[in-house]
Design a protein around this ligand. Structure first.
Ligand code: ADP
Ligand code: MG
Length: 608
């Protein structure tokens, strides 16, 4: 008996919905993209209950006539492409013709739409993929789509939705992205009846970024303007090196105004900061890459959040060098060296791919001149080559110094004696000390972090936290995404001695901070915490959240590296460290103390 069957349309649509509709934010993405494609100048997004109960997008775009409004819900129904060749250069955000069909198969939809000058508009109602009703309805030019009860017919999918706070966070992020990508469009975002974003049409990205993030965010950004229109023009903003993030969450990347998550661009961005930002620390960025349409393939991923560059290496170079150039213009890195005699047009290209400033190595063979613009990989190869050739040349090979790495070990709590004597500092960052077993190196910052973490946790559990009132309250602006988690974080922060007040809109005043925390650090700490704390954790694991706050407080209040310490201060720090719950690891899990054993020292000097 035959067993292969063609799936019914509604099943096929639900399967497609699995790829396109992951959560309310992905529905909003498709609807907002449709509005942009329809030429809207104003888009309003309203949500209730994290978008599960209601997600409504209205626009003033070109709208649809009745037949189109019905057909739009068919799978593979699109007005944006016709033939395969159209796929080579896609100028619209949508093109797959499956978003509306997919969404309609897993929710209850009401679409109301009208075209310019039409005598009547149309309302189409669909539930779980079944057309319920089509009738005339009044609507100004444009389209309103209300999506209700997402996944009402697929309980298994509904279970995967996270808390209202998390879904709202994703939705806010999404609206922020599209608002940034389209400054010329007015955006309104309303959550449970409350305005979260209300941005009128702006004249450029700078003005839009100001509307969304506030003046302070912009002040700290460097403008990027580079690349090559033939391959990839790169514009936008990146953060100054002092502004560090522990995740890529503050990186907003767009390719031809399409928001993407692209590892390659992220990596090139980081490469732009090489040698000025340590590994694991990320800059904030708002980067727009514009390429000729045929330079990118956007038909890679059903949700269209990934793209494939036709010339990935050239695009990567353009991003890296445009970022490097922005840093150089602001004197964070030496300016690129451009050959003096080149013409205007060559200069434009040279600005894209200038010779990176010479790293602190000498090339064994000076590169031929004019230098063939080395890439990161080439430089790495050069260094390797140099190291190889120099070790071959040295007559009596010395044991490589890094053999010490094998001898220096993390100190375990059991082997820690109380008999630690500080001798001095290394690079004003590490305390050099001895104990009964040998030589110790103590990372002063993380040691103090551990001391403070234990202190904050103890005070909090005894309800004895102390705070210091600020003479002049510090104010700062929340990003929309931060605002979404702020209210829930406040009670927890107050436990530690913060006094925070929401002023108008997204501005927050810090009126008091925990004892020991320098007022200047409070702002950094809060904005970092608001970015890293998972919205989900707030309700579920209060202890985890309190640990996270204590760790962040400890990190910001702790003495820094590159700070000279008196012998008394070192003594004090070591004594306090030894009294903590875990003197050998910091709250983030890094080692605090390294030891070089006496036995290994003697062995190293061939004394045993
Ligand atoms: P795609 O965007 O890939 O074409 P969709 O399923 O998202 O597919 O939409 C199907 C079609 O419905 C679109 O091609 C467009 O013609 C029409 N459409 C959808 N949303 C709107 C809107 N907000 N305004 C005008 N037309 C729309
Ligand atoms: Mg679409």
């Amino acid at each position: 008996m035959s067993k292969v069957r063609v799936l019914a349309d509604h099943v096929a649509n639900q399967i497609a919905a699995g790829e396109v509709v992951e959560r309310p934010a992905s529905v909003a993405k498709e609807l907002v993209e449709n509005s942009i494609d329809a030429g809207a100048t104003r888009i309003t997004i309203e949500i209730e209950a994290g978008g599960r109960r209601l997600l409504k997008v209205s626009d003033d775009g070109e709208g649809m006539v009745r037949d189109d409004a019905i057909l739009a819900f068919e799978r593979h129904a699109t007005s944006k492409i016709r033939v395969t060749d159209d796929l080579i250069a896609i100028g619209t955000l949508g093109f797959r013709g499956e978003a509306l069909a997919s969404i309609a198969s897993v929710a209850k939809i009401e679409l109301t739409t009208s075209t310019e000058g039409a005598s009547a508009g149309t309302r189409v109602s669909i539930e779980g993929g079944r057309m319920r009703d089509v009738k005339d309805a009044a609507h100004p030019r444009g389209t309103t789509i209300a999506v209700r009860d997402l996944f009402f017919n697929i309980p298994a999918r509904r279970k995967f939705l996270r808390s209202e706070a998390t879904e709202t966070f994703h939705l806010t992020n999404l609206v922020t992205h599209y608002a940034l990508a389209h400054p010329e469009i007015a955006f309104v975002f309303v959550n449970n009846g409350r305005d979260v974003v209300r941005a009128v049409a702006a004249k450029d990205l700078r003005e839009r970024a100001y509307q969304i993030f506030g003046a302070e965010f912009l002040e700290n950004l460097l403008e990027v303007d580079g690349g090559d229109p033939q391959v990839a023009r790169v514009t936008g903003f990146v953060s100054a090196p002092r502004d560090r993030r522990s995740s890529r969450d503050s990186q907003y990347l767009f390719v031809n105004r399409r928001f993407v998550r692209d590892r390659m661009i992220g990596r090139s961005l980081s490469e732009g900061y090489r040698s000025i930002l340590p590994y694991g620390v990320y800059p904030a960025a708002l980067l727009f890459i514009e390429t000729p349409l045929e330079e990118v393939d956007v038909n890679v991923h059903p949700a269209k959040t990934e793209v494939r560059f036709r010339r990935p290496a050239a695009a990567a170079d353009a991003v890296r060098e445009a970022v490097r150039d922005a840093l150089a213009r602001n004197e964070y890195v030496p300016p690129p060296q451009i050959e003096p005699q080149i013409s205007q047009s060559q200069a434009a290209t040279a600005a894209v791919s200038y010779t990176p400033p010479q790293p602190r190595i000498e090339f064994v063979h000076p590169p031929p001149s004019p230098a063939p613009l080395p890439t990161g990989e080439e430089i790495a190869r050069d260094i390797e080559e140099m190291l190889r050739s120099s070790s071959v040349k040295s007559a009596s090979p010395l044991p490589p110094l890094n053999s010490a790495e094998r001898l220096v070990r993390e100190v375990t709590p059991e082997s820690l004696s109380t008999n630690i004597r500080p001798l001095g500092q290394l690079e004003e960052s590490f305390i050099i000390a001895t104990d009964d077993e040998g030589l110790l190196l103590i990372d002063q910052h993380v040691a103090h972090e551990r001391v403070l973490f234990d202190k904050y946790r103890a005070l909090e559990s005894e309800r004895r936290t102390e705070s210091q009132q600020l003479l002049v309250p510090e104010t700062f602006d929340l990003t929309p995404a931060q605002a979404a988690v702020f209210d829930q974080l406040v009670p927890e922060l107050e436990v530690y001695g913060f006094e925070l007040m929401r002023l108008s809109g997204r501005t927050v005043a810090i009126r008091a901070v925990p004892a020991d925390l320098p007022a200047a650090e409070a702002r950094n700490m809060l904005s970092e915490l608001l970015e890293t704390v998972d919205a989900e954790k707030k309700s579920s694991a209060r202890e985890t959240l309190r640990d996270e706050i204590a760790a962040s407080l400890a990190c910001h209040a702790a003495i820094k590296v590159n700070m000279s310490l008196t012998p008394e201060k070192m003594r004090w720090l070591i004594d306090r460290l030894l009294q903590t719950s875990s003197p050998t690891t910091c709250p983030h899990g890094r080692p605090v103390i390294l030891r070089l054993k006496m036995r290994d020292i003697l062995k190293g000097f061939h004394r045993i």
